[in-house]
Design a protein around this ligand. Structure first.
Ligand code: AMP
Length: 550
């Protein structure tokens, strides 16, 4: 497939609002693709380059891309940024710039979908001192051969944000339609493989191939997530339930095969190098090939430490050896997804728990199973007394469903009103804080779009402001007076006293007394609060206010 054909397809999708029409367009393309093209097309059309399980990064920040665009268009980087500010989209800006330039050049090497993919793989593989320069040259080469329309999508793919509104659900349906397979089967295969490209390849072979998917060690799966709920509801619905402590640390997935082991964070980043002590403890705890799910906490004098000290260790790139002695990191394992070649995610939790207990000698999270509310509530009280966040309640008959926030895992914790929100802008601080950002614009999401919700200026210590500044300073894409705009990537947990209806912000709400609680760099932008859930909260808040008045 020519990259031009891919770009035309994206253009059609971009102009299509209906989900069914989108599915129709994608499914009509899939059967005509070769085995090599199919996975690339499927990932590209979702704005991804590598399989979701891969920690591979292209390693091209907006600045490097703007520089390459400037070179190819024969203008300064600052002018590129200006164009982007005007169009509000890097893709459109590149398209316009290439259009202006294409009147002057005559020769184009025709770009091919698979060749573009290979070039991106080669860019991602550049490491070492000269890598930025090499990356820049490759990006320039690609852009120089792009027609304007191709430039639009190439630039967006390089920032892994295609903006054509194609979500994973539409691609799943399109694969099912194109190859005549059940969409639940596609979904299940995606859960095990965590790469829609590979799923499409199997769907093309047929339903049997899709049904036989197996988990592969070192291809991390998405984490199963929890919903809110109550103990009585869970007992009423399921009878006997399993309760575990809810540890306030960082989620991990541990993969081990023979003497080789890796650790992945909740966002599936490979954090092996940062946490050698955790790896070592888990290696010693089992002789089997396994994939384990758990939460690592920091402990000092037998008491759990705040979550932030764990995150700091996950982020650590340097002086790891020095950091390992200071605070003890303790893994707590609560699930097993793979054992000696066998995929376990479809087994009931009670069965997985047996396998876990019989193969992992240490660090298995204690569990209480009961249908007696008094016993479960006692577990909850014990959890809080021991300094944990609360308890998790799990349905013993339930499978492990990667990436799903279902009703089979319920979290019970004291109610605090906080929201996880994306940081999209900031204002420079004043006085002694003039060299860092002092207040932040945070946003929730609405169908993939970011909607500004509030400004947050309190709750920060000086160290936290310095830390936040370090994390955000490379991401500035626009400046205007004291204000800056970021390429969104960072998530804040924000506390508030009340939700208010407000015309000041696009979403129609504002936060009363917003305050910074912590950085959530274990969460990505897809996990921030939705406008829908904020509306829900607002309704609940109004109901309880009314109940109070009555
Ligand atoms: P939340 O982040 O509030 O949605 O709560 C869900 C998170 O609790 C999971 O993603 C885990 O990181 C964490 N967690 C702590 N203890 C457990 C446990 N026993 N089982 C499952 N998740 C746990």
């Amino acid at each position: 497939m020519l990259f031009m054909d891919f770009s035309r397809c994206c253009e059609r999708l971009e102009g299509t609002a209906g989900r069914l029409d989108m599915i129709g367009i994608i499914s009509s393309v899939l059967p005509g693709l070769s085995d090599e093209e199919l996975p690339v097309f499927v990932r590209f059309v979702m704005g991804r380059i590598f399989p979701d399980w891969s920690s591979q990064k292209l390693g091209i920040g907006p600045n490097l891309l703007y520089e390459a665009i400037g070179y190819v268009a024969g203008i300064k980087k600052e002018e590129v940024i200006e164009r982007i500010n005007v169009t509000g989209d890097v893709g459109r800006a590149v398209e316009e710039l290439l259009l202006a330039k294409s009147q002057m050049t005559f020769f184009h090497e025709e770009l091919d979908l698979v060749h573009v993919y290979r070039a991106l793989v080669s860019i991602a593989g550049q490491e070492g001192k000269k890598s930025q320069r090499e990356k820049l040259l490759e990006v320039r080469r690609l852009l120089a051969n792009a027609h304007p329309l191709e430039g639009r999508y190439l630039a967006r793919i390089m920032l892994e944000e295609l903006r054509i509104g194609v979500g994973e659900g539409s691609v799943r349906e399109a694969i099912a339609k194109a190859f005549g397979v059940d969409s639940d089967l596609v979904e299940h295969a995606m859960q095990a493989l965590n790469d829609m490209g590979e799923v499409a390849r199997l769907a093309k072979i047929g339903p049997d191939a899709l049904g036989e998917v197996r988990i592969t060690p070192f291809h991390p799966l998405r984490m199963m997530l929890a919903q809110q709920g109550t103990i009585p509801e869970m007992i009423q619905e399921h009878g006997e339930i399993a309760a575990e402590y809810k540890y306030d640390g960082s989620r991990f997935q541990f993969h081990k095969k023979g003497n080789w082991a890796r650790l992945y964070s909740r966002r599936l980043e490979d954090v092996t190098a940062a946490l050698p002590d955790v790896i070592e403890q888990l290696m010693m705890a089992t002789d089997h090939d396994v994939i384990l799910d758990g939460e690592v906490i920091a402990v000092k004098g037998g008491k759990p430490m705040p979550f932030q000290s764990v995150l700091r260790r996950f982020r650590r790139r340097h002086d790891v050896a020095e950091a390992t002695g200071a605070i003890e990191m303790v893994p707590n394992v609560f699930d097993i997804l793979y054992l000696d070649g066998e995929t376990l995610i479809d087994l009931p939790f009670s069965e997985r728990r047996k396998r876990l207990e019989s193969t992992v000698r240490q660090f298995v999270a204690p569990q209480v199973t009961s249908s007696d509310q008094v016993i479960i509530e006692k577990m909850y009280a014990d959890a809080l007394a021991a300094g944990h966040e609360g308890i998790m309640i799990k349905v013993p008959s339930s499978p492990y469903t990667p990436g799903q926030r279902g009703k089979n895992w319920i979290k019970i914790k004291p109610q605090v009103d906080t929201l996880d929100l994306a940081v999209i802008g900031a204002e420079w601080g004043e006085g002694k804080r003039a060299h860092v950002f002092g207040s932040f614009l945070v946003a929730c999401q609405d169908a993939g779009k970011l909607v500004p919700l509030s400004r947050v200026a309190t709750g920060f210590s000086d160290e936290q402001l310095a830390e936040v500044y370090d994390l955000l300073k490379e991401g500035v894409i626009r400046k205007s007076g004291k204000e800056v705009t970021f390429e969104p990537s960072l998530v804040f947990e924000v506390g508030y006293a009340e939700l208010q209806a407000s015309q000041n912000y696009e979403g129609g709400f504002a936060l009363r007394f917003p305050r910074f609680i912590r950085i959530r760099d274990d969460k990505d932008l897809t996990e921030i609060e939705t406008i829908g859930s904020i509306r829900e909260r607002y309704k609940r808040q109004a109901n309880s206010a009314q109940a109070y008045q009555n």
